[in-house]
Design a protein around this ligand. Structure first.
Ligand SMILES: [Zn+2]
Ligand SMILES: [Zn+2]
Length: 150
C-alpha cells in the first residue's frame, strides 16, 4: 500500500439521480448530466434559450431590463424568426459572433429595454445601426447620397 496516497472516503457518497454515477458535487445531478440537460433544452427551444441569455446579458450590462425572455421569444416569433431590418433568417446555433445571430435592438437607444422599444435584429444590422437615433441614421444616409451625386 502506498502510504502517501490517502484512501479517499466520501462521507456522504452522493449519486447522480440521473445516471447513478458517484457525484462529487452537492447538486442533484453530476456535471455531465447537467451539461447534457442544458444542451437538450437548447435544442428543444433555441429561441427561448437565446432569449434567456439575452435578458441576462441586458441585466448585466444595464442593471435593469423589464423585458422577459418570454416577451423576447414572442417578439422573435412575430418577426417570423427574421431580422427586423434586413429580413434574413436568424441563425440560432451560430457562434455568438455570427453575423446572423439574433440580438436585441433598442429602437430608440436612450429608451432602454422595454418591450415597446425592442426589435430583434441580426448582429450585422445592429452593429451598423449601433446606438444611432433615427435622425442620425438619416443624416448618414443623406451624407452618402450627397457624396454619390457629387
Ligand atoms: Zn449523471
Ligand atoms: Zn439584419
Amino acid at each position: 500500500m502506498d502510504p502517501l496516497k490517502p484512501s479517499i472516503v466520501f462521507k456522504e457518497q452522493k449519486k447522480c439521480s440521473k445516471c447513478g454515477r458517484v457525484n462529487k458535487t452537492k447538486a442533484k445531478w453530476c456535471k455531465s448530466c447537467r451539461s447534457q440537460h442544458r444542451k437538450n433544452k437548447r435544442q428543444q427551444d433555441p429561441v427561448l434559450h437565446w432569449a434567456k441569455a439575452a435578458v441576462r446579458g441586458a441585466k448585466r450590462r444595464t442593471g435593469s431590463c423589464s423585458v422577459t425572455a418570454e416577451q423576447l421569444k414572442s417578439q422573435a416569433e412575430r418577426q417570423q424568426l427574421r431580422c427586423c431590418y434586413c429580413s434574413r433568417a436568424f441563425q440560432w446555433f451560430n457562434r455568438r459572433s455570427g453575423r446572423l445571430s439574433p440580438t436585441v435592438d433598442k429602437v430608440v437607444p436612450d429608451d432602454g429595454y422595454k418591450i415597446e422599444n425592442i426589435l430583434i435584429a441580426c448582429r450585422r444590422c445592429n452593429r451598423v445601426k449601433s446606438d444611432a437615433s433615427l435622425q442620425e441614421l438619416k443624416g448618414i444616409v443623406k451624407g452618402i447620397e450627397k457624396w454619390k451625386q457629387s
